[in-house]
Design a protein around this ligand. Structure first.
Ligand code: ADP
Length: 419
């Protein structure tokens, strides 16, 4: 990732350097072109001055018709000036008085032409060709120097920019990237540990579900047989203790594995069922327990309470009714009611037990909160399981105080399309 950013910055800086270089080169060529124009006009002016002097010098010999003198002067003058590549002096009648030419070293020349006059009469036409190759060389050298200077300047700019950027932005960025990488590694390590502990938890749940429940069932079965066969009351009492505790043990295993399974489920299958019929059946299942405590349950099934739900919902009400019986005094009444609330069925289970303290009203639905509260008696997972099942049905479960004493557990469940 840091390499990626480095190359991104490298690309940006290179692009910038190229742009700066192009800009400098354009400036170089503009400067060279105006310098060339300046030098050319300077050379032209000098040539004009020179030719004026020559004109003045040859005027008199021409008037005297001393053409030998003219020729001699022009020859010397031509040889003395290396930048002159050709000189011609032509009489008005076309007669060539002087003609000199040197082999050209460059194609870049310019010509100066002058009419040598006396009192309005043209005595001769003087032409001189000037060589600009030295001048070209100078311009060429200057061009190379400027280009090299521009390349050095742009590269220097790039290096400085890279250095400044590294100092101000990239080093903190690299540090940030390194820190993020470290954090990612720690997360990956933590995820691996979590996966391992989940695997162990799954293994443990599996052992509970399959390997512990069978021997516990055998213990319970044997205790039942022994209980039936035993006549000694003291022994019978001990056997009953074994039977009840092994039953509790089995229930705890079943609840724990169900709770663990429910935590994985996110979606449920639904079937059309009658909530009233289900509650009637559950109440019927608890008849023996109620008889033992001399208790009664009030429930009026007025109609069909249809809803689309999973059969697991049975466990929710089974737990609420079981608790209501368990935590109520003998000879008391439990009241179960279904009412309609928009698209939901609202089921309430009211008992006249000792009720639930305000600060425990949330905790009783959370298995892991239980340890801190001394007022919560049980060790089971019933309400935590109920809460999870209700949540899977997109419903709500809560507890309120029964105004006549005791508690009232409420469950609101969407009918989910059932009429
Ligand atoms: P268990 O009943 O097996 O302990 P639950 O999860 O069903 O497990 O209940 C959690 C706790 O909530 C119980 O231990 C009890 O303290 C309290 N509780 C549940 N129902 C009632 C009730 N009807 N009246 C009073 N307390 C209750």
């Amino acid at each position: 990732m840091a390499g990626d950013r480095n190359s991104k910055y490298g690309f940006a800086i290179t692009s910038l350097v190229v742009v700066v270089l192009l800009f400098l080169l354009i400036a170089d060529f503009a400067a060279i072109s105006s310098l060339r124009k300046l030098l050319e006009s300077e050379a032209y002016r000098n040539a004009e001055e020179e030719i004026s002097l020559v004109e003045a010098s040859i005027k008199e010999p021409i008037l005297r018709r001393d053409y030998a003198m003219v020729e001699q002067f022009l020859m010397e003058w031509s040889k003395q000036h290396h930048h002159i590549v050709g000189v011609k002096a032509i009489a008005p009648n076309g007669f060539i008085l002087f003609d000199y030419s040197r082999k050209l070293t460059s194609a870049h020349t310019f010509q100066v032409k002058r009419y040598v006059k006396y009192g309005g009469t043209t005595l001769s036409i003087l032409e001189a060709a000037y060589d600009l190759s030295a001048f070209d060389e100078r311009i060429g050298r200057l061009t190379i120097g400027l280009i090299a200077g521009s390349v050095i300047l742009a590269s220097f700019f790039g290096v400085v920019l890279w250095y400044v950027l590294r100092k101000t932005a990239m080093i903190p960025l690299e540090r940030e990237v390194a820190e993020r990488k470290k954090a990612e590694e720690e997360i990956a390590k933590y995820a691996a540990e979590l996966e391992e502990s989940n695997r162990i938890k799954d293994l443990f749940t599996d052992i509970m579900r399959h390997d512990l429940i069978n021997p516990a069932g055998v213990i319970r079965g044997c205790a039942e047989i022994l209980y039936e066969r035993e006549n000694d009351d003291d022994k019978k009492e001990i056997i009953e203790l074994i039977r009840n505790n092994s039953q509790q043990f089995i229930e705890m295993i079943e609840n724990a594995s169900m709770y663990s399974r429910l935590n994985y489920i996110t979606d449920i299958d639904r079937d059309l069922l009658d909530l009233g019929g289900m509650l009637k059946e559950i109440i019927h299942n608890f008849e023996f327990d109620m008889m033992e405590k001399n208790m009664g349950i009030n429930f009026e099934r007025k109609k069909v309470y249809a809803m689309n739900a999973n059969k697991m919902i049975h466990d929710v009400f089974s737990n609420l009714i079981s608790n209501a019986i368990k935590y109520s005094p003998d000879k008391s009444m439990v009241e179960v009611k279904i009412s309609e609330e928009n698209e939901n069925w609202l089921v309430s289970v009211k008992d006249s037990g000792e009720g639930i303290r305000e600060e425990d009203k949330e905790k009783i639905f959370e298995r892991f909160e239980r340890v801190t509260s001394t007022s919560i008696k049980g060790t089971g997972l019933g309400l935590a399981i109920a809460k999870r099942i209700v949540a899977l049905h997109e419903g709500r479960i809560w507890v309120e105080a029964n105004p006549e004493g005791g508690s009232m557990f409420c469950v609101s469940l969407p009918k989910k399309g059932a009429a």
